[in-house]
Design a protein around this ligand. Structure first.
Ligand SMILES: CC(C)(COP(=O)(O)OP(=O)(O)OC[C@H]1O[C@@H](n2cnc3c(N)ncnc32)[C@H](O)[C@@H]1OP(=O)(O)O)[C@@H](O)C(=O)NCCC(=O)NCCS
Length: 163
């Protein structure tokens, strides 16, 4: 049983930070290295950083599988599109359609905001996620290389799906 819970409380934010720490270290250190992930976790996924993002309009949701927190997403309503900022599932829960259920929820959100598309960015070397996004109806629309401070860069594909 998969549940999607709006993250609103300090406990929720701490749980998000805990999941981010586990997932990002396991998944991204082999891809971009430990110094970048240490930096990005502190800058983007500390409790303080998450709270600031929520104040700036990001909506975070915790996702539980049989009541266990195993995943989270973050979205932001933009002028024409819904930006999918984060979608992460713990390694042992991947491939169980949690991402797909989250994506259906995100599509409903986009429709409820009267937006016609969902957009996201994904590291150009994150082939598994790119394949999963393509399976869920996204197509590549471009690339983006953006500095994130301390000499680190995001090196991403832009992907989009009409809803
Ligand atoms: C990418 C991610 C969010 C997908 O969530 P998930 O719960 O594992 O995916 P699902 O089981 O819901 O699968 C959704 C669809 O993608 C496909 N898919 C999932 N993983 C895939 C993979 N590694 N390769 C190819 N297709 C894949 C599934 O077959 C399914 O398609 P289908 O409905 O046609 O069968 C999850 O695997 C994850 O957290 N990965 C690590 C972190 C990450 O890269 N996040 C994205 C950052 S941009």
């Amino acid at each position: 049983m998969i549940d999607i819970i709006p993250a609103k409380t300090q406990n929720h934010f701490q749980e998000l930070g805990r999941l981010a720490d586990i997932i990002w270290r396991e998944y991204y250190i082999p891809m971009v290295g430990k110094p970048q992930i240490d930096y990005m976790l502190e800058k983007f996924q500390s409790v303080e950083a998450i709270k600031n993002q929520v104040e700036a309009g990001f909506e975070y949701f915790l996702i539980t599988f049989d009541t266990i927190p195993v995943s989270y997403i973050a979205i932001k309503k933009e002028e024409d599109t819904l930006f999918l900022s984060k979608i992460y599932v713990l390694s042992t829960y991947r491939g169980k359609k949690i991402g797909k259920k989250a994506m259906q929820f995100i599509e409903e959100k986009a429709k409820s905001y009267d937006l016609k598309a969902i957009r996201l960015t994904v590291n150009i070397n994150n082939t598994k996620a790119i394949n999963a996004y393509e399976a869920m109806g996204f197509t590549k629309t471009g690339t983006l290389k953006a500095p994130i401070g301390e000499g680190f860069f995001m090196d991403d594909f832009l992907m989009e799906k009409a809803v």
